[in-house]
Every structure is written in C-alpha cells, then in structure tokens.
Design a protein around this ligand. Structure first.
Ligand code: ADP
Ligand code: ADP
Length: 236
C-alpha cells in the first residue's frame, strides 16, 4: 500500500486554480522530489499533505489525500495528530528562541510526555538521528540560535523526528545553506529513508537527481511527469 495516496486533488486560492487534478502515490521509505519552476504549485502541494493550507483565507480544496489509508480531509481527523505524523521542515531554519533541549522536547511535551528521563532519551535519540548529537551534546541548554545555519536546520529535522512521524515534508530544506551543510543534509536524508518517508521540494535539479527515488515535475499546478528518478533525468 502507498503511504501517501492523492486522488483528484484540486486547490484554489480564491479564483486562482493552483493545483489541478493531482494524482500521485508515494511508497513508504522512499524519497520523492518535487521540481518545477517557481510558482508552479510545489509548496502548495506539499502543504496539502499535512493540511497546512487550511488556515489560508479563501482556499478551497477538493479531492482526497490518504495518509496510511486515512483520508486526512475528513472532519473527524485531528489536525494536531496529523501534523505530528506528517512533520514539516522549511527553507529557513526556524528553531524556537529556546534552548536546544527545549526545541526538541516542545512537541513531546505538547503530546503529554512529562517524565524527565523519557524526554532526555527523546532528545538524544532525535539528535543522533539528525546527525547533530556529537556537535551539541555538551551544549543542550544553550540557545538554538547560537548554532550555525546547517546545525539549526538539522535541529529542525530533529525537532520533527522527536514526535515520531511517519512522513517528513521538506520545502527547499537546503536552499538557505552552504554546500557543506547541504551535503550533510543530503547524506542524512539517505539515512532517514530507512525509517521515514520523505517528500522534498527543491529548486535544485542535481539535488533531486542525487537523492530521490522518484521525481515529480510540476508545471502550472499540474503534475506533468512522475517516474523513477533516473528515467526523469535521462531525457535531454
Ligand atoms: P516559493 O519559495 O515556494 O516560490 P514564494 O516566495 O512564492 O515561495 O512564497 C513565499 C510565501 O508567500 C509562501 O508561504 C506562499 O504561500 C506565500 N505566497 C506566495 N504567493 C502568494 C500570493 N499570491 N498571495 C499570498 N501569499 C502568497
Ligand atoms: P512553488 O512552490 O512552486 O513556487 P507555490 O505553491 O508557492 O509555488 O505557488 C503556486 C501559486 O499559488 C503561485 O501562483 C502563488 O502565487 C500562489 N499562492 C501560493 N501561496 C498562496 C497564498 N497563500 N495565497 C494566494 N496565492 C498563493
């Protein structure tokens, strides 16, 4: 079964048709890259997968998005639980103005974890999974904003992982980073794929070619190509 199954998805911003009849399925433990020119609907599409568009005034969404078999647009769905399961990482690293420790424990606390030893474990496990533990283990109480940009982005990944998601959505996660930090995150995604399903929007074709299993190409709100990545990139 596909972990993400999108059928007949249409999205309007007021009168503007931003997504048209999107059909796509994504498999568990895969990386899918979304590419296409600026304004073609990549971010909009990504945000439909954890209902981050809902709060925008004037948005209408039709069709179905199934995550692990459940239609996430049914009224019975708890959006907080959905966003715990389908985490998001943005282009600009956006740690909370808190300590490294408090950034990681924020989500787990929100979802009822209070025991100190359990929180400590989550912090270590999440930071290790985000390849950041060794760099920050002696400064967990220091402000997250003291970290470099690349470290902050890995912290944001760790923060998303701390609430045990199945899916990680990433909107241009390396566009604001230098090449070395970018390479670190690309390597990290390759490791995370063993545990999570990753959906990434990128402006960077080479990045899509390097890291993704499948690539989807958007144009004017439509999905115009979707295939295994080597096939997408073999065309001149
Ligand atoms: P991207 O990097 O995906 O091209 P943009 O720079 O187009 O993003 O948009 C940045 C932010 O502004 C996004 O959150 C997007 O939803 C919002 N945005 C883009 N276009 C509009 C618009 N026409 N009206 C209101 N908000 C918009
Ligand atoms: P991309 O991520 O491919 O750059 P977006 O999904 O950001 O594209 O935008 C797709 C279209 O929807 C663009 O025309 C953009 O201006 C519009 N748009 C994006 N966000 C908003 C918004 N919050 N309100 C109105 N229009 C938006």
């Amino acid at each position: 079964m596909s972990i993400i199954d999108v059928r007949d998805l249409n999205l309007h911003y007021g009168a503007q048709h931003a997504l048209t009849n999107i059909q796509i399925e994504m498999q568990e433990n895969s990386i899918t890259a979304f590419i296409g020119p600026s304004g073609c609907g990549k971010s909009t599409f990504l945000r439909t997968l954890n209902r981050m568009n809902d709060m925008i005034p004037g948005v209408t969404i039709e069709g179905q998005v199934r995550i692990a078999g459940e239609d996430i647009y049914q009224s019975s769905v708890d959006v907080e639980i959905l966003r715990k399961n389908v985490g998001m990482v943005f282009q600009q690293p956006n740690p909370f103005p808190k300590s490294i420790y408090d950034n990681i424990t924020f989500g787990p606390r929100l979802h009822g974890v209070t025991q100190r030893s359990v929180l400590d474990e989550i912090v270590e496990k999440s930071l290790r999974a985000a390849a950041l533990w060794d760099e920050v283990k002696d400064s967990l109480k220091k402000p997250a904003h003291g970290l470099s940009g690349g470290q902050q982005q890995r912290l944001c990944i760790a923060r998303a992982l701390a609430v045990n998601p199945q899916i990680l959505l990433m909107d241009e996660p390396t566009s604001a980073l230098d090449p070395i930090s970018t390479a670190k995150i690309e390597d990290l995604l390759e490791e995370l794929k063993a545990t999570y399903t990753i959906v990434i929007v990128t402006h960077n074709m080479q990045q899509a070619a390097r890291i993704s299993d499948k690539t989807a190409f958007f144009l004017h709100g439509e999905l115009v190509e979707y295939d295994v990545t080597p096939t997408i990139f073999q065309n001149p």
